[in-house]
Design a protein. Structure first.
Length: 77
């Protein structure tokens, strides 16, 4: 998946069935495949994400590099 702005050349990863648990104003604590991770709002693909605030469940779309750094994907993926 590609997105606009500064992120046009970055690959994005889509996670389904994500639960938003909490927010600290800068990011969202999400449960992704059973793992809890903080995702910065600045790195979410806003148009595609359906998780935006605590209590939301749905799609989380983030850059591939962030998914790797959060250990949601293998480095080789």
């Amino acid at each position: 998946m590609k997105d606009g702005g500064d992120m046009h050349t970055q690959d994005f990863v889509i996670f389904q069935d994500v639960e938003a648990i909490s927010s600290n104003g800068l990011g969202l604590l999400c449960r992704v495949n059973g793992k809890e991770v903080w995702v910065p709002y600045a790195n979410m693909a806003r148009r595609e994400c359906t998780v935006r605030r605590p209590g939301d469940c749905g799609l989380l779309v983030v850059p591939h590099w962030l998914a790797v750094n959060l250990e949601l994907l293998d480095r080789a993926a």
